[in-house]
Design a protein around this ligand. Sequence first.
Ligand SMILES: Nc1ncnc2c1ncn2[C@@H]1O[C@H](COP(=O)(O)OP(=O)(O)OP(=O)(O)O)[C@@H](O)[C@H]1O
Ligand SMILES: [Mg+2]
Length: 394
Amino acid sequence: MEHFPIVTSLVRVALGGDSKRLNHQIQRLINALLADGDDQQAAALVKLINHKSRSSEIAPSRLTQSAPVASPNLDSLTPQTPVPVDKDSAAPLATVLMPDHILADLPLFPPRVQANVDALLMEWMNGDRIRAAGLSPSPSLLVYGAPGTGKTTLALWLARQLGRPVVLARLDGLISSFLGTTARNVGALFSFTNRYDCVLVLDEFDAIAKVRDDPNEVGEIKRVVNALLQNLDARAGQGITIGLTNHESLLDPAIWRRFEVQLAIPLPVFEQRVEIAQRSLDGDLEQVRAEARLLSWIAMGLSGAELRTLTTKYRKRRLFLEHQSTPPAHTMLQLADSTSVHIDSDVLEALRGDEGPLVRRLAAESFTYSDLAYLFDTSTKTIQRRVLDTASED
Ligand SMILES: Nc1ncnc2c1ncn2[C@@H]1O[C@H](COP(=O)(O)OP(=O)(O)OP(=O)(O)O)[C@@H](O)[C@H]1O
Ligand SMILES: [Mg+2]
């Protein structure tokens, strides 16, 4: 019998009554079966684990105050815990982050997204009440949206709120150049994670789809996707999993379904961009607000990350111009001209054109005369005259 050594260990720990080590050995067996392509046998074991963990979750004797989702009896992860490595390249399969070392601030999201984040956190923090009602807290969350919308930051922030370490794995890192070992890496990552009370964050989840596009690797990808599905299923009773992706449409529908909560993060709208920019600016409140508004106007269609980059660059440039009479709007135009981020072409054209039409357009888009006076370093009277003059020119 091929996996007899694992079965022997399994029986030994079962007789010893240590459920944590027992789970680990079962997980080993599941992954060994998956690596051999014995998907059905692996699925049968996953089903058994899930059934067992669900029934023990509901049992009143197992209710715990502090564990939001994870079952009891898990080890504590420390910075010294060795993480598994890719056997061929020796590269670590994940990074471990301790909650105290996570510096993520909650990104600014639209109210509907924020309400979902709050609800989920509430659920995870009150797992005991949910279990007492015969339910289980959502074990998994898929966060999707354009690059730079704050997905990774949100996942890390959630883990910090829960006071749990993060096992952060990038799926593109798991895909070994020796493709045969990818399914094994997926298995090793989950077996490791399931031993600890932690949040598993699977970043760049769509990486799997890129390999799927390779016609030479059909069999391999089937095995990798199966390994992921089985491991996600088996983890459902054991801890929180957060998947992150920029390309949700590339995800296998079967994987998509594995995540109980799916949260779309949109690009920030104007008012949110103003808030985001304001957080990164410094100085007189009125002036900061005017600067944040113009930066946000320029950053139409950009992500929170791109806007923050733009704002930081703006601050740096202004540091050396403080005692000169360069108007803030001119510094912003300079930046818009020299930035790699994608400024909307209509906005860029307006910025590069004559100042009169630009001032008039901004006034029509709810910039006040005093905002514009500060931004163009002139008086409100001059702004008023320019707006009226330009209007009469039309
Ligand atoms: N809505 C936002 N409010 C405040 N900061 C934001 C927002 N969106 C992004 N950021 C900031 O941009 C930076 C990058 O964000 P993050 O890496 O979390 O984005 P991401 O969605 O994971 O991007 P990618 O898809 O490229 O991995 C972080 O510093 C984050 O705080
Ligand atoms: Mg990210």
